[in-house]
Ligand binder design. Structure first.
Ligand SMILES: [Zn+2]
Ligand SMILES: [Zn+2]
Length: 484
């Protein structure tokens, strides 16, 4: 089992800013629960991952502080009970957050007692889980500690068991994982003479130990195991991630080896997810590889990607893109949309000319989604998500567009755009790259590289506070009608 608590940058900023206040500050965060069970009765038997997605943050009202100082606080029940009850009534998990200004990211003995009381109360209200977060240090260098209490059948009110949360994830123009202090990861260590040297020594020299630790915690999904997806996989598997989930329901066909990394003529008719997954496994650097030979809307695929920290969208067309576009906001995790568009141009003198656009778009809360940017066509997406028979019929009646003919594609372009997308992920995770722009466009035929940033379009789903962090709540991604 692994655990995450996820915030948008906009949600997390005020929590960190509260460190600037000399006294401790407290708030309650109502979070969507993804995975495991949604009732206390079921939670005990669910062994899967738990991800909590922040939705509503309620500051403890000033009048509810009974005591408040730089090294402690106590609050009356009026300061937290209403927010706890409101969260549970909406099926959310209450999370109590407080600050240790200038202090350490550790729970004190007093915190242990408070969390014990709050866990008992949350259980009495009917919550399946309770979680607590301490934010410490300064606004410029915050530290985070987090723990999760399972309020299921095994819960003991006297000394309740808790698990350390593996990462608090903050997503916006960047991607940041706050890991427990002192956590280490040994995979990828090789023997070299007397001392052990990490196989990742060369990348650690660039990213530092912290960057390397973050990479080893990351759970990434690649949706689409074709030319770009396989090239993304071949690269990020070498960064030493914690887990890579490969989702594709296609099989290897004769053209596949012309672009697919790790895919050969001998793999004909085998599932792409299996072939790419086996190839990534063979790299042997300790990354867990999960292969999902199912379409994106299959319950197994939905469950497999539900706990991802980042998704690489390497799909063809608009249908799957539209789904992943919504996924980013619902799960408070970035989707890196990687695409190549090659357009032949008719010229009067019949010389061959093409326009080449390689695009990497960072889709995450706070930034414009693919619809806002006009990168996805909702009408085409709708048509693609129809079953083939219905689509043919509606196309015949002129209601939707018939299936498109294959677009041009070349391995050097699918591979290089994958490298740009993977680099974008790496730089944002480690804080080494610029985060102001959220899209990169490389036009090789012009020798031109551009970056841009777009705010969301008012009224788009991507600006909705209720949609952000909704997780897997029914109806899934509020996509009613996109598929039957
Ligand atoms: Zn404390
Ligand atoms: Zn939008």
């Amino acid at each position: 089992m692994s655990t995450r608590i996820a915030f948008t940058e906009d949600q997390f900023k005020p929590l960190v800013a509260a460190l600037g206040n000399g006294d401790e500050t407290a708030m309650v965060v109502a979070t969507s629960l993804v995975g495991a069970a949604t009732t206390a009765a079921d939670s005990a038997k669910a062994g899967g991952h738990v991800t909590l997605l922040a939705q509503v943050i309620t500051q403890v009202p000033k009048g509810a502080y009974l005591e408040r100082g730089p090294r402690g606080l106590s609050i009356s029940s009026a300061g937290w009970v209403p927010a706890f009850r409101a969260a549970v009534a909406k099926g959310q998990v209450p999370v109590f957050v407080h600050t240790h200004p200038g202090g350490l990211p550790e729970f004190s003995q007093y915190d242990d007692q408070v969390d014990c009381d709050l866990a008992v109360a949350a259980r009495a209200f009917g919550a399946p889980y309770y979680a607590a977060i301490v934010i410490s240090g300064t606004p410029d260098h915050p530290g985070v500690a987090a723990r999760l209490y399972d309020l299921g059948d095994t819960f003991t009110p006297i000394a309740p068991d808790h698990t350390v949360v593996d990462a608090v994830r903050v997503t916006g123009s960047g991607l940041r994982l706050y890991l427990p202090t002192g956590s280490t990861n040994q995979h990828g260590t090789i023997e070299s003479g007397e001392e052990k040297v990490s196989a990742f020594d060369r990348q650690i020299r660039m990213l530092g130990q912290d960057g390397d630790r973050s990479l080893k915690q990351v759970r990434a999904a690649i949706v689409g195991a074709g030319g770009t997806g396989s090239a993304v996989g071949a690269q990020i598997a070498r960064l030493g991630l914690g887990e890579i989930i490969v989702v594709d329901d296609d099989i290897v066909t004769e053209p596949t080896p012309t672009r697919g990394h790790g895919m050969t003529a001998a793999d004909l008719n085998l599932p792409k997810a299996e072939v790419l997954g086996d190839h990534l496994n063979a790299i042997g650097l300790g990354t867990k590889i999960t292969k999902i030979n199912k379409p994106l809307h299959d319950p197994d695929a939905i469950a497999a990607i539900a706990h991802a920290d980042v998704i690489f969208s390497c799909v063809d067309g608009h249908g799957a893109r539209l789904i992943l576009n919504r996924w980013a906001y619902a799960h408070i995790a970035p989707v890196i949309d990687v695409a190549v568009l090659i357009t032949p141009v008719e010229t009067a003198d019949s010389n061959r000319k093409v326009e080449i656009e390689q695009r990497v778009t960072w889709v995450a809360p706070g930034a414009a989604c693919l619809l806002c940017r006009g990168r996805v066509d909702a009408t085409l997406a709708y048509a693609e998500n129809l079953d083939p028979e219905t689509r043919k019929r509606l196309a015949g009646e002129g209601y939707v567009q018939a299936a498109e003919t294959p677009r041009p594609a070349v391995v050097t372009l699918t591979t290089s755009v994958a490298a740009l997308g993977a680099t974008e992920f790496l730089l944002r995770l480690t804080g080494l790259g610029p985060v102001d722009a959220t899209e990169m466009l490389l036009r090789s035929h012009l020798g031109e590289l551009r970056r841009n940033a777009r705010p969301p379009r008012p009224g788009c789903f991507c600006t909705s506070a209720d949609f952000t962090g909704r997780g897997t709540r029914t109806p899934y991604l509020d996509l009613v009608g996109a598929w039957s």
